[in-house]
Design a protein around this ligand. Structure first.
Ligand code: NG1
Ligand code: ZN
Length: 543
C-alpha cells in the first residue's frame, strides 16, 4: 500500500474520542487510560517520523508515572535519551487532536514536507517501546505499534515492561552503537556500584555509622521488581523491597510512592513502627523519582524527608570533593533547580561555592540547562534528577584516570579519578533514574562513612506548604523569571507580594500546572504555621 492509504487505514481504527482534546505537557500526553487509544497511536506516528528525521533510534514509553492506576500516558524519547525536542510538540498536539483520518493524514504529509522527512520507505527507522505495569498498557502498546507501522520503513521493537529511565537509557545506548538490553542495564548498575563501594577509603569500611540496611517502597509499580533483580548482584547493602506490586500488596501509587511521601510527608503503606531508625527510600510508579525518609518516633507515621534537593546536595558535595582531590582537572560545575527547591537547599549549595541556576518546572528544562556545563547536576524537589557529563569532560577524565592508574596506582588522586569514572557509569545520563540514583546515594554515604542522620543534618529545610486550586482557566495565569513571578493577571503578583512580606523568610509563588488542570501554590516561611497561612491566604486570591 502507499503511504497515504496506509495512514488512512490505520487512523480509521483509532478514532478521536468525542469531545476530548489532548496536549503534550511537561511529561507527554496524560489522561484516563481508557481514552488514550488514538493519542498513543498518533504518538507512535510522531515517534516514527522523529526517527526518520533524525536517522536514529527513538523511544516511546507508555506510563502515567506517579498518577493513579486508571490514568495512563505516553512520552517520546529523543536519540540521546532525553525528552523529545520541544519544537515538535506543536505537531504532536495538532496530530493528537486531528478530528478524522483525512485531516490526520494531511497533517502528517504536510509536516513531512515542511521538515524534509523522507517518506515512502527509502530510509529505515526504529522505535523502542516500553510500558509500565498499568492494566491499560497492553492495549495502548498495540496502538503505538500500529501507529509506528503506519509509516513505511519503520519498525517498532518492544522492550517489554520497563521503568521509564531504563527505556531512555537503552535509546541512548542504541544510538551509541550498543544494542543494549535490560540485562546490560542491570550489569552496568551493579558493576559501577561495586566499583564505587570498593573505592571507599579503608578507614570507612568498619564504621558503625555505615548502616547496611535500606527499605525501599516500590510504589507498587515497575521499579520494585526491577530492584529485586538488581539486588541479587550487589553486596555491602541489604535491600528490603516493599510495595512491589505483587498480589495483595496494594494499588499502584495508592498511599505509597515518592510523590505521596514527598507531598504528604507521611510513611507509605506497608511501613510502620518496626521500621523505626532504618533508612528508607521511595520510588514513584515508573521509577524516575526518588526520595529518602525515616520514620519519626511517636508521631503516627510522620517522617523525616530527604527530598531531591538533599540528594542533589549530596551528589554535589561528593563530586566537588573528588574534583578537589584530582587537582588539575578543570570542570565547570552547574547546579540546576526549580522554584520548588527549598530555600535552605539553594543557600547550602551556593555556600559550597557552586553556581545555581533556575528553570521552569519540568525536567526537560532542567536537563537542557544542565547540558551547558562540564558537569551539570539537576534535581526537582520531588526527586527527579541526574548528573550530566560533557563529552569533553568524559574524555579528559578517562585519560586522567588511565594515566594515574599506571603512574600513581592507589594514590588519592587515582582513587578520586576512578570514583568519578564510576559515578559517570552509575548515574543515568539520559534522564532522572530512581534505581541508579538510589545506588549512587548508597555508595556515596558508604564512601563518606556518613549515617543517614549526618546527611539529614546538612541543612534544615524551611517549612513549606503546597496547595492546588481548581480554576476555570489555568492558562489565565502567566508567569516569568522561572515561574517565580506572575505577570498576568498583574494584580495577583502585587497581592502575593503583600502577603509574603508579612512573614519572616517568606517566599511564595503561583503557577499553572503543566500536567493537571490546577493552579499550584507554593509557600515557604520560618515556621510551618506561617507557611500554611501564607499558602492559604494566597490561595484565596487565586480563586
Ligand atoms: P506540574 O503538574 O507542572 O506541577 C509535575 C511536577 C513536576 C514534574 C511534572 C512531570 C511538582 C510541583 N510538579 O508538574 O515537577 O515532575 O509533574 O511529572 O511536583
Ligand atoms: Zn515518574
Amino acid at each position: 500500500a502507499d503511504q497515504l492509504s496506509l495512514l488512512l487505514d490505520s487512523a480509521t481504527r483509532f478514532p478521536l474520542p468525542n469531545g476530548l482534546s489532548f496536549s503534550y505537557g511537561t511529561s507527554g500526553f496524560r489522561s484516563d487510560g481508557s481514552v488514550l487509544g488514538s493519542t498513543v497511536h498518533r504518538a507512535g506516528i510522531v515517534a516514527a517520523l522523529r526517527s526518520l528525521k533524525t536517522g536514529s533510534t527513538v523511544g516511546l514509553v507508555i506510563t502515567a508515572s506517579h498518577n493513579p492506576v486508571c490514568d495512563n500516558g505516553v512520552k517520546i524519547a529523543d536519540p540521546d535519551g532525553s525528552m523529545m525536542d520541544q519544537s515538535w510538540e506543536p505537531f504532536a498536539n495538532a496530530l493528537a487532536n486531528a478530528p478524522d483520518p483525512n485531516s490526520l493524514a494531511q497533517l502528517v504529509l504536510q509536516f513531512a514536507k515542511d521538515e524534509e522527512i523522507p517518506l515512502g520507505g527509502g530510509q529505515s527507522a526504529e522505535v523502542l517501546l516500553a510500558r509500565d505495569t498499568r492494566p491499560t498498557g497492553e492495549t495502548l502498546l498495540e496502538a503505538a505499534k500500529q501507529g509506528i507501522s503506519s509509516i513505511i520503513g519503520t519498525v517498532a521493537i518492544d522492550m517489554g515492561i520497563l521503568t521509564t529511565p531504563e527505556l531512555h537509557w537503552m535509546v541512548r545506548c542504541w544510538n551509541n552503537g550498543t544494542k543494549a538490553t535490560e540485562s546490560d542495564y542491570f550489569a552496568q548498575l551493579s558493576n559501577s556500584f561495586r566499583s564505587l563501594m570498593e573505592l571507599a577509603p579503608n578507614d570507612n569500611l568498619n564504621l558503625d555509622t555505615v548502616e547496611k540496611k535500606l527499605i525501599v517502597d516500590g510504589a507498587n509499580g515497575v521499579g520494585g521488581f526491577k530492584l529485586e533483580e538488581i539486588k541479587k548482584n550487589i553486596t555491602g547493602l541489604e535491600i528490603d523491597v516493599r510495595n512491589t506490586g505483587k498480589e495483595g500488596e496494594g494499588l499502584l501509587n495508592e498511599g505509597c510512592g515518592a510523590d505521596f511521601v514527598q507531598k504528604e510527608k507521611f510513611a507509605p503503606c506497608g511501613f510502620g513502627l518496626s521500621d523505626l531508625g532504618i533508612r528508607c527510600a521511595s520510588l514513584d510508579g515508573d521509577a524516575d523519582r526518588l526520595v529518602f525518609f525515616r520514620l519519626i518516633p511517636n508521631s503516627n507515621n510522620k517522617i523525616e524527608l530527604v527530598d531531591g534537593d538533599k540528594i542533589l546536595s549530596l551528589f554535589a558535595i561528593f563530586i566537588q570533593e573528588q574534583l578537589r582531590l584530582l587537582e588539575e582537572l578543570p570542570a565547570r560545575l552547574g547546579v540546576v533547580q526549580t522554584a520548588y527547591a527549598n530555600g535552605a537547599a539553594t543557600d547550602y549549595i551556593k555556600n559550597l561555592g557552586l553556581e545555581v541556576i533556575f528553570t521552569p518546572t519540568g525536567v526537560k528544562y532542567l536537563h537542557e540547562k544542565a547540558l551547558e556545563y562540564d558537569i551539570g547536576l539537576y534535581f526537582e524537589a520531588n526527586g527527579h534528577g541526574t548528573i550530566l557529563f560533557s563529552k569533553e569532560f568524559l574524555s579528559q577524565l578517562d585519560s586522567a584516570n588511565r594515566e594515574l592508574s599506571s603512574k600513581l596506582p592507589g594514590s588519592k588522586k587515582q582513587k578520586a579519578a576512578s570514583r568519578l569514572v564510576a559515578v559517570t557509569q552509575l548515574i543515568n545520563q539520559a534522564v532522572g533514574d530512581a534505581l541508579s540514583g538510589l545506588l549512587l546515594v548508597e555508595a556515596i554515604l558508604h564512601n563518606k562513612g556518613w549515617s543517614f542522620q549526618k546527611w539529614c543534618d546538612l541543612y534544615q529545610d524551611l517549612p513549606s506548604r503546597q496547595l492546588k486550586v481548581k480554576v476555570a482557566d489555568r492558562t489565565a495565569i502567566v508567569t516569568a523569571d522561572a515561574e517565580t513571578r506572575v505577570v498576568k493577571p498583574a494584580a495577583l503578583q502585587e497581592l502575593i507580594d503583600i502577603e509574603t512580606a508579612k512573614y519572616t523568610h517568606g517566599r511564595c509563588f503561583v503557577r499553572p500546572s503543566g500536567t493537571e488542570d490546577v493552579v499550584r501554590i507554593y509557600a515557604e516561611a520560618a515556621t510551618q504555621d506561617s507557611a500554611d497561612s501564607l499558602a492559604n491566604s494566597v490561595a484565596q486570591h487565586v480563586n
